[in-house]
Design a protein around this ligand. Structure first.
Ligand SMILES: Nc1ncnc2c1ncn2[C@@H]1O[C@H](COP(=O)(O)OP(=O)(O)OP(=O)(O)O)[C@@H](O)[C@H]1O
Ligand SMILES: [Mg+2]
Length: 231
């Protein structure tokens, strides 16, 4: 059996102001598997995702690709997990899209020419080569989302994390993103309030409630069980 992409046992986290956010989460994700994270506002989805990327540290065990997340493995794990933030403005910071996407490889010691080559290749894969000289700050929301995704994919991570990726995207933009996600071979965690989108990008859903996973199963079954539909 192959090593799970993610294996979490008894994860607990309380924010410094005393707000309990995760109250004992057990979770496994197979290599290459996708899962949608559903659940009410404040139920712990984002807090959980931040733990998977080593951006927050709680009590319990987190293993990524078979490696236990701890001080010594933190930087390697951060490299193997790509996090697409809900707000692209948290992600994009260089003067142009090309420089932004090339920043990751460059920062990791890849030489300038090769970093630019990889950045261009990733932009082409995402169909946004025409944006390379644009300032990220002036892009539309959908363009920003794809530019941020390029900055993550250029690093070739093993696990991809998306927090509310459809926010600000128009319906064609959402369809395009869903199509793109389905083509990516990585294991994926996708927090979303959109059951329709969840169903398109993932067979499986976990339902967060008050800092715990209250249900785990096919998206449709979970949506029915928790009455997670517009009426
Ligand atoms: N920086 C913070 N400091 C204190 N409490 C926080 C912080 N961020 C989140 N929380 C609290 O932690 C709990 C879980 O929040 P989290 O953001 O993980 O929920 P969520 O499921 O992602 O919600 P949403 O659907 O609104 O994005 C909530 O009670 C929230 O108020
Ligand atoms: Mg959230």
């Amino acid at each position: 059996m192959s090593v799970p992409a993610i294996d979490v046992r008894g994860l607990r986290y309380t924010y410094p102001d005393g707000t309990p956010a995760l109250r004992g989460v057990d979770f496994q994700l197979a290599a290459g598997e996708s899962v949608a994270l559903l659940g009410a506002n404040g139920s712990g989805k984002t807090t959980f995702l931040l733990h998977m990327a080593g951006l927050l540290r709680g009590d319990g065990e987190v293993r990524i690709g078979g490696v236990t997340l701890e001080e010594e493995t933190l930087s390697a794990i951060r490299r193997s997990v790509g996090y697409v933030f809900q707000d692209s403005d948290d992600q994009l910071f260089m003067p142009t899209v090309l420089e932004d996407v090339a920043f990751g490889p460059l920062h990791r010691g890849v030489d300038g020419v090769e970093s630019i080559r990889r950045a261009r290749e990733t932009l082409a894969t995402l169909g946004i080569s025409h944006l390379e000289d644009r300032a990220p700050y002036h892009l539309s929301a959908g363009e920003k989302k794809r530019a941020s995704l390029a900055g993550v994919l250029v690093m070739n991570p093993d696990v991809l994390i998306f927090d509310e990726p459809t926010t600000f995207l128009d319906p064609p933009g959402q369809n395009e993103l869903a199509r793109l996600l389905m083509e990516l071979p990585q294991a994926k965690l996708i927090a979303t309030h959109d059951v329709y989108f969840a169903r398109k990008v993932s067979g499986r859903a976990v339902f967060f409630a008050a800092g715990r996973i209250a249900g785990d199963g096919p998206v449709e079954v979970i949506a029915d069980r928790f009455h997670w539909r517009l009426s």
